[in-house]
Design a binder for this molecule. Structure first.
Ligand SMILES: Oc1ccccc1-c1ccno1
Length: 241
């Protein structure tokens, strides 16, 4: 199954980067198909206008609905289809999570709508909700200049979970937030040399004692999660003794 990814943006060149690294390889292997579109291709005036002043007043500009609607018609179609996932990255969206990435990794089609200015006319999102499966998502509590960087981050989080994408799928099981880690943060990692600038690899990791190593790793995951992400902990994790 090939996952088709579409990106609607006034800066489509942001997505040229998807031709390199693992994502580029996935495209070559037919796992994903990437299409970036310039929203201005669906404007009809000399200045290729995509924005206008906000109704009700206020600072900045709002993205007009017309170019989005015409782009949707051409790129996605005019018939409802719940199998099409339309993602609007937004600071007012729901937090994007690893479980959301996991769910989206089985999608056949994902369309990213990258807003700029103060945002997109809300009727665009309402129309999309009437037609497809819509996700308004945020990467975190900070403000970007547009949705492109968020779309790239979400793309990477999703595509790396597509079956066949990662050379060694076992590595996914031990990552932060993965089910195999019980949603805990990943433990600290070490490799050779054993001693480096007066800093040594923890002895337990060199002991060859798999039980002790597993306990050390679990304890470290719980400690780090309690320290850095108390929001992820609950009574089950407890506090390492
Ligand atoms: O700040 C933004 C502006 C446009 C689109 C998305 C965002 C955003 C901020 C955090 N996550 O997404």
């Amino acid at each position: 199954m090939t996952m088709r990814l579409d990106y609607l943006s006034i800066f489509p060149a942001y997505f040229d980067v998807l031709d390199i690294s693992l994502l580029g390889k996935a495209a070559v292997n037919g796992l994903v198909e990437v299409h970036a579109h310039d929203l201005r291709d669906w404007t009809h005036d000399r200045h290729r206008t995509v924005d206008d002043t906000p109704c009700g007043g206020g600072a900045g500009m709002v993205m007009k609905p017309d170019p989005w609607g015409e782009a949707f018609d051409e790129i996605i179609g005019t018939e409802p289809d719940s199998s099409v996932h339309v993602i609007f990255p937004s600071p007012s969206g729901a937090p994007f999570t690893q479980s959301a990435a996991q769910e989206l990794s089985s999608a056949v089609r994902i369309v990213f709508c990258c807003g700029r200015y103060e945002g997109i006319d809300h009727r665009v999102i309402d129309y999309a909700r009437s037609m497809w499966t819509v996700h308004e998502v945020s990467l975190g509590d900070y403000v970007l200049n547009g949705g492109e960087v968020a779309a790239l981050a979400i793309t990477e989080a999703v595509v790396r979970l597509v079956p066949g994408f990662m050379g060694n799928p076992e590595s996914l099981a031990e990552e932060s937030f993965s089910a195999g880690q019980d949603g805990l943060l990943e433990y600290p990692l070490f490799t050779r040399p054993v001693s480096w600038r007066g800093l040594d690899v923890p002895e337990v990791l060199m002991s060859g004692h798999h039980g002790r190593i597993a306990k050390w790793r679990r304890d470290e995951s719980v400690r780090l999660t309690c320290e850095r992400r108390p929001d992820l902990t609950d009574s089950d994790f407890g506090v390492p003794h």
